[in-house]
Design a protein around this ligand. Structure first.
Ligand SMILES: C[S@@+](CC[C@H](N)C(=O)[O-])C[C@H]1O[C@@H](n2cnc3c(N)ncnc32)[C@H](O)[C@@H]1O
Length: 265
């Protein structure tokens, strides 16, 4: 059986997947029992996790509105996740209907769902590719069809870089992507951290998943922005990045940093 160009057996339902755990914790329906179990274990290990993921999603929404407000008309969203309302192109189009979005994820199930959602739109594309091969993303013909790398681009790496291990050299990967962007471009990045609480139990949940969770410190995460200038308020816990309503009680415990930075020269 094939679903959207993938054989159903290529969609691994025996191990929890980050995209589906995230979908489950956000209240979505595109997940399996293994993902629900992992999500419940994660919520037991880190009680603020649901609030943290919602705050991450709200950060994404505010950051997209910000970069489009600054004039960017192209978005490269790597680690897209399963469709969650509102999606990045919907957020962007509320500000400017001419924004083009290239979505990238390495999970076939994300591509199947996004294909179904995006089939009516010519200004978006979804590409199955891996962040660990950044050149292949930048050179992919379906990305090039939507993104012109001579014009400013907003690169979204939201809640995805923590799925890269140190051995995979995330700094090199992010640098390769940053180097592909011209002046006027933005990097929007959020990343899980254990700066505020010991999260080894939460990390352990991912040991049996398809990707490991690699928590990093503020200084380590700030390095991903090298060469770009962080806009106010700099790298912040996600609920405190330009909030549009007062951050809810407990926001200080959220283990997610987020920042938006601009390439000036
Ligand atoms: C936690 S979700 C984040 C979704 C969305 N960016 C957000 O913040 O709402 C992480 C996504 O990254 C994808 N992902 C994980 N590792 C990846 C990799 N190496 N290359 C591409 N995508 C990856 C997962 O499949 C999942 O859809």
């Amino acid at each position: 059986m094939r679903q959207g160009g993938f054989r159903a057996e290529e969609i691994d339902t025996s191990r929890p997947h980050p995209a589906r755990i995230y979908d489950y914790l956000l209240g979505g329906k595109d997940n399996y029992e293994v993902d629900q179990q992992a999500g419940d274990e994660l919520a037991a290990a880190a009680p603020e996790v649901r609030m943290g993921l919602r705050a991450n999603r709200d950060f994404l929404r505010r950051a997209v509105r910000y970069v489009v407000g600054e004039g960017v008309r192209q978005i490269l969203d790597i680690g897209t996740g399963l469709p969650t309302s509102p999606n990045v192109h919907e957020i962007a189009h509320e500000v400017a209907p001419d924004v083009r979005v290239a979505y990238i994820d390495n999970d076939p199930i994300v591509k199947v769902h996004a294909d179904a959602l995006l089939s009516r739109s010519g200004s978006t594309s979804i590409v199955l590719a891996d962040l660990r091969d950044p050149r292949a993303i930048v050179e992919h013909p379906d990305v090039r069809q939507v993104i012109d790398f001579d014009e400013p681009v907003a690169l979204l790496l939201v809640a995805v870089v923590h799925f890269l291990t140190d051995a995979e050299n995330p700094e090199r990967i992010v640098t390769t992507l940053r180097d592909a962007l011209p002046a006027g471009s933005f990097l929007v990045l959020s990343h899980a951290t254990d700066d505020f609480a010991d999260r080894s139990d939460a990390q352990a949940v991912y040991n049996k998943a398809t990707a490991s969770l690699n928590l990093r410190s503020r200084a380590e995460i700030e390095r991903f922005f090298t060469g770009f200038e962080l806009v106010e308020p700099g790298l912040a816990q996600v609920p405190f990045w330009r909030p549009d309503s007062p951050p809810p009680a407990g926001s200080e415990e959220i283990g997610f940093y987020g920042g938006v930075a601009r390439r000036n020269g």
